[in-house]
Design a protein around this ligand. Sequence first.
Ligand code: CA
Length: 236
Amino acid sequence: MSTEKILIIEDERVIVNFLRATLSGAGYQVLHAATGREALLMASSHLPELLLLDLGLPDMDGMAVLRQIREWADIPVIIVSARQDEQDKVACLDAGANDYITKPFGNSELLARIRASLRQHTMLKDRRSLMESCFTCGGLSIHYARREVSVEGRRIHLTPIEYKLIVLLSHNAGVVLTHDFILREIWGPFASDSQLLRVNMANIRRKIEPDPADPRYILTEVGVGYRMADNVEYNV
Ligand code: CA
């Protein structure tokens, strides 16, 4: 069962009751605002995961509510309207609505659209945090989405294998990865040529370590494997 909060912004009692029953039946937490002003207050204080917004509100146009919300939040907004006009739909979508549903509608259609909007929003958020995520350890930084490695702000050029190696180690910073584990992860399940690993590791060190003979980023665990130093922050 989902526990996302959905704010219903609607002044017609009958529709509110229908929406409330449908949404709570599907496990959502339901909030309700009957006016635009109330909706804006509730959206900022309760931070719902999704808004169902009626266009015809007593105190202000639903479009105005949508525009004000979009100034500060990217919460999914589904317009619920009696207006069938295609131009209305286009205007809402242009103003930042995620979807548009026309009254009357069935509850399974509504729930499917809610799930789709929430899913899309989560995917966007995940994508954004992935794009922004990077690994830093002292002067070393790896920007995963851009596939960029730099030391003290200087771009380092790594081969694809070297890059895979450094990413594997950085994802496991502070943990010793054995030679066999690294070989399998990078070169596949039957890899056993530890010389290949040693050569690649030496090349990476030559590129990133201020003193390759006394490494500070990629440490050797003699006879066991390698470990990325762990004075580390993930900046997401
Ligand atoms: Ca209305």
